[in-house]
Write a protein that binds this ligand. Structure first.
Ligand SMILES: N[C@H](CCC[C@H](N)C(=O)O)C(=O)O
Length: 280
């Protein structure tokens, strides 16, 4: 099976984006792992598959796969690349796109200057919605990681996030605590582990050890989760500049019951074609 694709990134969080509207695409988790291999395949953090919408009021469906082959519910940097992709590929004449994901509809929009804003939906906090094993919802939860006590925030942006505040991101133990938190038994579907340093009330720095992908250069839903957690704790204002290792995002949230708004760039690196089953 030959597949046309675009290689894209949002602040260095990189994607293989496939048009599943004009192509018939059937990918097994093994195919995804092969394609995601940075030596024997294309290489990506996530694969994004664009499909026709299931509901008439929506424009597309978009499926997200981590490079370990797991299908997940949401991807913030991917949403910006998605809207750039469907416009560049002339799959739509719209600029604001209603996209079905595994956990609800999001609305990314690219204005005429190329700036992209995404309505990322309303964050969820009940343990059942995250999912997170706790008796009741709380602003922060005690958790043991590698034998030491920590406090984390836990919430869902459609996908599960844990946020740990650190004093200095440069010395944060992302490589050791990230995988421990990602697969902690309190998160039955695993979790994206964010490490947040508060610089000012409207500025943070963030590193995310992503579920199913390891540390990435940026994580859009992770940036949303960190800002939401910081606002709820009283550390941050309602519009925050987020410094990821790959660049900056702006996140806005007006509080409980409101959607999180994310704005940032998306880049197409190249387009290509690959024969499936010959990636390795
Ligand atoms: N690793 C995430 C999916 C990708 C999220 C990230 N790349 C973003 O930009 O939000 C998960 O398993 O939920």
């Amino acid at each position: 099976m030959k597949l046309k694709f675009s290689k894209m990134h949002g602040l260095g969080n990189d994607f293989m984006v496939i048009d599943g509207v004009r192509q018939t695409v059937s990918l097994s988790p093994e195919h995804i792992r092969e394609l995601g291999d940075r030596h024997f395949g294309i290489g990506f953090d996530q694969l994004l598959l664009v499909e026709p919408a299931h509901q008439p009021e929506n424009d597309f469906c978009y499926r997200i796969y981590n490079n370990d082959g797991s299908e997940v519910q949401q991807c913030g940097n991917g949403a910006r690349c998605f809207v750039k992709f469907v416009i560049e590929q002339q799959l739509t004449a719209k600029r604001a796109i209603r996209v079905e994901t595994a956990r609800g509809v999001i609305v990314p929009e690219m204005d005429l200057t190329g700036r992209i804003v995404v309505n990322m939906g309303i964050p969820r906090f009940t343990p059942q919605e995250i999912p997170f094993l706790a008796d009741t919802a709380a602003l922060a939860y005690p958790i043991m990681l590698s034998g030491k006590p920590y406090q984390i925030a836990a919430l869902s942006m459609g996908n599960p996030h844990a946020v740990l505040r650190v004093e200095d991101l440069a010395t944060a133990e992302v490589a050791t605590l990230g995988p421990v938190l990602e697969s902690h038994p309190s998160f039955p579907e695993r979790v994206n582990a964010g490490f947040m340093q508060v610089i000012k009330r409207n500025e943070i720095a963030l590193r995310v050890y992503e579920r199913g992908a390891g540390e990435t250069l940026a994580c859009g839903t992770g940036a949303c989760a960190a800002v939401v957690a910081g606002i709820r704790q009283g550390w941050l204002d309602h519009e925050v500049l987020v410094h990821a290792r790959g660049g900056d995002l702006t996140i806005r949230w007006q509080g409980e019951g409101h959607a999180v708004m994310m704005s940032g760039p998306a880049v197409t690196v190249f387009t290509g074609e690959i024969e499936i089953g010959k990636a390795s």
